[in-house]
Design a protein around this ligand. Structure first.
Ligand code: NAD
Length: 367
């Protein structure tokens, strides 16, 4: 008689293989710094095809695929032959073509905080079924998306949030690094970003300014471009960010790694020089089962740009999302929740550790 576990294993392997080998038709919402570079990246990947992209001016849809360079060379989508001019491009593109889209990348500004959570609600209304991935940054924004879990489940959507660089690559690296420890004592994320010109990543820079003293997302959402330039000039183009309200904290808390007060995020952004002012890294400090305190550090290569470190993980999580979707997973998950899960320590683990080391020491012959 065939082993039942073996056949279950085979079904899972088939599902996994099917999901992994299937061409993923991607739609990108937003054609700014990240959206345009994502179009270039997708063109270099075997199993992704860009079928749709939109911005404030309109949308372009082509089931046969859209060339990355066409997007990169166009200032706005309405300049491109075959595009549709629309002031409601997100809703129109998804409503008209939802059957042909497997996954959506949201590369929109998130100002104010509820903008992307509201876009997610609009996507639900289109009747779209599939995977959605974002690169959200703020803790409050991730909380809002998390609160839509039941709606996504009811409408056959799997929404993966916080899948960029930070939160995203560095948060999930922290979740992985945590596995060496019984208790995680501190996670410190420090990022360095260098760009030629703030205009290539307007939303990102605006959202960074929103973290500075005296600013918030509501204030920055109302500032004109001229006011943003004045603010940057006052600081010689450099933004120094400390103790940011960044979703790495809630994501690591939800993943059971540590409480949010043990997570700190900060960084330096140079808006006038493409060279990174400091190397981006995450340090994870914890206590091992043997009672040693140690720190793991994961440092990104200085040659990797923000676009490489956000868009690469976005595609990776999108592919994992397609696999999870094929296994029936729906709702909202953060990128950290789909990493190896962290087993929380017992409240009295230090007592156990002490007893273990005493008992062990007793067993070592003294002469
Ligand atoms: P950007 O300003 O360069 O581009 C935004 C695009 O969205 C533009 O094409 C604009 O036309 C379009 N857009 C705005 N409102 C729209 C609407 N209502 N309908 C259709 N299109 C609309 O943005 P960016 O700098 O590429 O950043 C995109 C997002 O990525 C931001 O939310 C930013 O915070 C996030 N981000 C995350 C990370 C991370 O590591 N997690 C890093 C960088 C950026």
């Amino acid at each position: 008689m065939a082993c039942p576990y073996r056949s279950l294993y085979n079904i899972e392997c088939c599902l996994r293989k099917g999901a992994i080998n299937k061409m993923i038709n991607v739609a990108i919402l937003g054609s700014g710094g990240l959206g345009q570079n994502m179009a270039l990246l997708i063109e270099q990947k075997k199993d992704f095809k860009l079928v749709g992209i939109c911005d404030r001016s309109g949308y372009l849809f082509n089931e046969s695929g859209i060339a990355g360079i066409t997007i990169k060379q166009s200032k706005t989508i309405d300049e491109i032959k075959g595009s549709h001019i629309s002031s409601n491009s997100i809703f129109e593109m998804i409503s008209n073509h939802k059957e042909k889209i497997n996954a959506i990348f949201i590369a929109l500004p998130n100002l104010p905080n509820e903008f992307i959570p509201n876009v997610a609600k609009e996507i639900i209304k289109t009747g779209y079924k599939g995977v959605i991935v974002d690169a959200l940054k703020r803790t409050r924004a991730v909380e809002m998306v998390k609160n839509l879990d039941t709606d996504f489940k009811a409408h056959n959507i799997l929404y993966l949030t916080g899948c960029g660089a930070t939160p995203g690559l560095l948060t999930t690296a922290a979740a992985l690094a945590a596995q060496s420890f019984v208790e995680v004592l501190d996670v410190t994320i420090t990022f360095g970003v260098g760009i030629n010109n703030w205009e290539t990543y307007k939303a990102t820079i605006r959202e960074d300014i929103a973290h500075l003293e005296g600013f918030n997302p509501e204030i920055v959402a109302k500032m004109t471009d001229k006011e943003i330039v004045e603010e940057l000039n006052k600081r010689n183009g450099i933004l120094e960010l400390h103790h940011m309200e960044h979703a790495d904290d809630i994501m690591l808390e939800l993943a059971g790694v540590c409480t949010r007060d043990r997570v700190t995020t900060g960084g330096i952004v140079d808006t006038k020089n493409p060279k990174k002012p400091i190397s981006t890294n995450v340090k994870v400090t914890g206590r091992t089962f043997e009672g040693k305190i140690s720190t793991h550090q994961f440092v990104l290569g200085d040659e990797t740009t923000m676009a490489a470190n956000v868009n690469g993980p976005i595609l990776g999580f999108m592919k994992s999302g397609m696999w999870l979707y094929s296994l029936g997973v729906r709702g909202t998950l953060t990128s950290a929740e789909i990493m190896p899960h962290f087993g929380v320590a017992k409240e009295n683990y230090l007592d156990i550790q002490g007893k273990q080391s005493r008992d062990f020491a007793c067993k070592i012959p003294t002469s």
